[in-house]
Design a protein around this ligand. Sequence first.
Ligand SMILES: [Zn+2]
Length: 279
Amino acid sequence: MRQSIFSIDVEDWFNLSGTGCEPPPAQWDHLESRLEKNFHGLLELLAQGRATSTCFFLGYFAKRFPQLVREAAAAGHEIASHSYFHRLAYEMSPTEFYDDALASRQLLEDISGRPVRGYRAPAFSVTERTPWFFERLAAAGYAYDSSVFPAPHQTGGLATARYAPHRLETAAGALTEFPITVVPVLQKPMCFFGGGYLRLFPYRLIRAMGQRALDDNRPIVFYVHPREIDPDQPRLPLSLRRRFSCYVNLRSTRAKLEAILRDFRVTSFDRYISQGMLQ
Ligand SMILES: [Zn+2]
């Protein structure tokens, strides 16, 4: 079976960006943190499945819980960046974005002692409104990105016909883009492989759609958050629609992840690249 990619956006239960309800960073230290317990739960699942993943850390939590970065690195997982403060790319100026991306990369390298090459924007917030995104990211020292969501999305979404990983040339150097995996259904791109989509759809459908992506000669990019295996997390006062997408099926996510790790061959982005899997 062709190799796929497993990734974790390492953030806490309240980091629901784009909902209008995410508390500002100044409050984060004062809220209950469930990150250590839930992240350890994901690391255990990966260990049981003998799988390697990419861990996109928020700089903020790497600074607060540096042992989590070291534990993940020691277990063979790749350390990458999910920005420093979880601000949406399209709500920052190009300079603010660059400073945030650079600071998170340098911090994660200091803690892990390894180069940090990968980036994922909060809530896939690369859109038509951020034409500078890839150039600023390359300038900040990144080699690849996995922020493009090639379908309509509540906070992001960038229409592209390039569903497979591909190389982008920018004025600041080249980047490899790994779009979030979508599969055409009735000629519309749909995601089944992470976040609310993974929690909503039954596993047999996720598995069948994943096979379609593999048959199309593409890796599946799976993505998950530590809070998604925590049915008892506190709830933010979200709109009805966001409440559904953020909290649906939290009890069954763990079993779905176990099934994914059993049925698919997954690895981290950096291993996928170093194994020469890019065409
Ligand atoms: Zn996030």
